[in-house]
Design a protein around this ligand. Structure first.
Ligand code: ACO
Length: 443
């Protein structure tokens, strides 16, 4: 880990029914980004906890992996800008970078790609495991179940204190995730599972396992494979988001890596997180026509209406999400390649973006399109069904989860994650035996 330096302190006074005593807490600087106030001794010294629902002002760990400047719309992985990685790298290179901290040499890359490739096949018994699911299961439900179940198949990589076992588990998950994802899809169609092919790249393999059948040859379109690769890069990591924090929290108890990643997938599923790309497409279909946009913008602004513009807004970005810029460009490339001249949903999305970006409500709250705003349109054009959108996000984010999980295990500061609370319930009261309770008492 890069060293951090302790700066001057932050002082504060506890008033309100207290003794007016002043306290000083250390302030720590990272390599860039906001300083943090070190509150580790706060409770011991003051008897108070902090209160921060949603962790809007709380740093839960120190990390060397990903940096976001939400005001400037900057996203760096190990110091490299996301747009440069999307333009010049491929997903395997970004995986290596996230896991090991440096871009690989040609030799390192070849070895890494080969190791990932030779881990793509699933234990044959896992294929039988799929058959326990209902055919109409959501593929994310299948992902949570099957990835969790990997811990029952790969006992030899469960020792989290062995760095080599950790790396084997990490490689296994990165490599097998596309196979699991596409098997979940094939299962829902009632088609045979397609096994991975070692002569294809990671992204080509994904498209092959998704769309090939044993009945006829399937040729992967290189433009679509490149677009898929770029989408994987854009989703690879995003520092301490909900699913990554879930992985870290689950892992902080010493739980095995497969179980931790299954927990991350569960968290990603929600519409406020990875489920948003599916929700964007449903929303665009509901809007249906450009003439209905003002009505939906009005609904999004109405406090009494739960409707939100999906694909808009972000906890960290208060500027254009840099991933959305690349995604919009990729969207045009894919539609051009597929000869789709007029995609009504893309026209609708661009018009919606234009109107929202000029609207005072969105301007003042700094709500910009996020990575999910255009990804659904690309997936749809590629023939990927809506229920698979979040699954693809999980395939891409697996490397981020395992990189963050490995970093956490190696961090000497690591402790079990155990937040505290502001208790607002009943204080201790006298127990009343059942026969003495009145009819109004509630269970
Ligand atoms: N449409 C309308 N209003 C919005 C939207 C939106 N998409 N997003 C935020 N707001 C409003 C909120 O109502 C709130 O208004 P208020 O201050 O008057 O109460 C204000 O903007 C701040 O929003 P919060 O929900 O407090 O911000 P938070 O950081 O908690 O939420 C989130 C971020 C969940 C992403 C939110 O913007 C949202 O729900 N967006 C739509 C879902 C989405 O696209 N999710 C994908 C996120 S990216 C990812 O996970 C890959």
């Amino acid at each position: 880990m890069a060293s951090n330096k302790e700066n001057s302190g932050a002082s504060f006074t506890l008033t309100d029914n207290r003794n007016g005593k002043s306290y000083e807490l250390p302030v720590i600087s990272g390599s860039t980004g906001p300083d943090v106030i070190d509150i580790r001794k706060l409770y011991a010294e003051t008897g108070c906890f902090t209160y921060d629902p949603g962790f809007t002002s709380t740093g839960s760990c120190q990390s060397d992996i990903t940096f976001i400047d939400g005001d400037e719309g900057v996203l760096l992985h190990r110091g490299y800008a996301i747009d440069k990685l999307a333009e010049h790298s491929d997903f395997m290179e970004v995986c290596y970078l996230l896991l090991y901290g440096e871009l690989p040499t040609a030799e390192q890359k070849e070895k890494f790609v080969s190791s990932i490739t030779y881990h793509t096949m699933l234990h044959e018994q896992i294929n039988y495991f799929f058959r326990g699911f209902r055919r109409d299961s959501h593929p994310m439900a299948v992902m949570v179940g099957v990835v969790g179940a990997l811990s029952a198949f790969y006992h030899d990589s469960l020792d989290i204190n062995d760095p080599q076992a950790r790396m084997i588990a990490s490689y296994r998950m990165i490599a097998k995730m596309p196979t699991i994802a596409t098997s979940a899809y094939k299962y829902s169609l009632g088609q045979p599972f397609i096994y991975p092919r070692n002569d294809l790249t990671f992204s080509e393999n994904f498209l092959h396992m998704m769309f090939a059948t044993p009945c006829e040859p399937y040729k992967v379109n290189p433009v679509l494979a490149r677009a898929m690769d770029r989408i994987l890069i854009l989703h690879a990591d995003h520092e301490q988001n909900a699913s990554t924090s879930t992985v870290r929290l689950a892992g902080s108890s010493g739980a095995n890596p497969f179980a931790c990643i299954a927990a991350g997938i569960a968290s990603l599923w929600g519409p406020a997180h990875g489920g948003a790309n599916e929700a964007v497409l449903n929303m665009l279909e509901e809007i249906g026509d450009k003439k209905n946009i003002p009505e939906f913008i009005k609904k999004a602004k109405d406090k009494d209406d739960p409707f939100r513009l999906m694909g808009f807004g972000h906890r960290v970005y208060k500027n254009y999400d840099p991933r959305a810029t690349v995604m919009q460009k990729t969207c045009h490339e894919v539609l051009d390649e597929l000869g789709i001249k007029n995609e009504p949903l893309l026209d609708l999305a661009m018009e919606l973006e234009k109107i929202a970006l000029e609207d005072d409500y969105f301007v003042q709250k700094k709500l910009y399109p996020n990575v999910d705003f255009y990804s659904g349109i690309i997936f749809r054009a590629m023939g990927i069904p809506t229920t698979m959108f979040t699954v693809l996000f999980a395939v891409a984010r697996t490397v981020g989860w395992v990189a963050q999980w490995n970093e956490m295990i190696e961090d000497p500061m690591q402790k079990i994650g155990r937040p505290r609370q502001l208790y607002t319930g009943e204080t201790q009261r006298r127990y009343i035996p059942l026969h003495k309770r009145g009819s109004k008492s509630q269970g």
